[in-house]
Design a binder for this molecule. Sequence first.
Ligand code: GH3
Ligand code: MG
Ligand code: MG
Ligand code: MG
Ligand code: MG
Length: 312
Amino acid sequence: YITKESRQAYLYLETQLKRLPRNEDVRVLIVDDSKNTRNYIKNLLLRHKYLIAQASDGEMALEQLEKFDDIKVIITDNEMPNMNGTALTSKIREKFNSEDKVIIGISGTDDNRVSANFLKNGADDYLRKPFYPEEFYCRVSQNLDMQENIATIRRQANSDYLTGLPNRRYFFEQASNLLKRQKFAHQVAMLDIDHFKAVNDNYGHDAGDLVLKEVSRLFDTMFGKEHLIARLGGEEFAVLFKDEQHENNQRLLDQFRDTVSQLEINHQQETLKVTISIGAIVQDTQNIDELLKPADIYLYQAKEQGRNRLII
Ligand code: GH3
Ligand code: MG
Ligand code: MG
Ligand code: MG
Ligand code: MG
């Protein structure tokens, strides 16, 4: 007997697995002044179908990073002319963290300080030359797994499980950065589905969930690509606009309101219809709470005045 929960968990796992990158999609940059070593590593990687980029010194490595933005792993020798591997590592870390680029230091020296130096400068791992293929493959794939796990956790921490929209936490985190950067009066809107409790009461919680998903999808399509949006909680959403097109944004908000009111959501034998109320405000402040508060007051007024309306 498969419960709905276990089926959902299974489908979820499946989508996560599909996200795992295949070696064919992972480019590895090999940095070593010895052509022999580069060839040895290249052949190991090609046997496991990784994509390759190569550099014979630090400068060239930085150029390769500019050229190929699909580089996920950098394997760098330490002993090289001009810039050594640890210096290259700290230079790469000025721009990219481990989530972007895994760095594995390699060295032929038996000086133990080299591995410590690599790690202190931001490398994720270290291998002493000559290394055994098995260990090499394990280091590369384990570091890639770790990178992918961190990305998955970040994605999950920032998005809402039911709708897939950015969540409240992400919204507030991004909003404060955005408000500091944008050099104009900011526009924000709060949105709340009308009489949503009645959907649950009359048609059940699954129907309510479906409505949330459909409305979220529309919301994402209309605003999600260009602006900061979120499901703040329950049946409440927000958008912080990233441009100064205040009047045009108002038109879009009202268009969204209108489109929601025309949505016909099929659930089992029923056709569900909902409306949404919106409060929007333009204000010159860098404080997100100061922006949301008046928008929330306008939203409350929209409810009082009969719902299914936008108040500015
Ligand atoms: P109003 O027009 O004043 O906004 O009325 P409302 O019924 O929409 O507002 P109220 O705050 O009374 O009810 C919100 C409901 O949303 C209550 C809660 O059970 C439901 N809800 C919150 N989150 C979810 C969810 O994830 N799924 C479902 N199905 N319901 C949810
Ligand atoms: Mg060398
Ligand atoms: Mg309410
Ligand atoms: Mg509501
Ligand atoms: Mg509400």
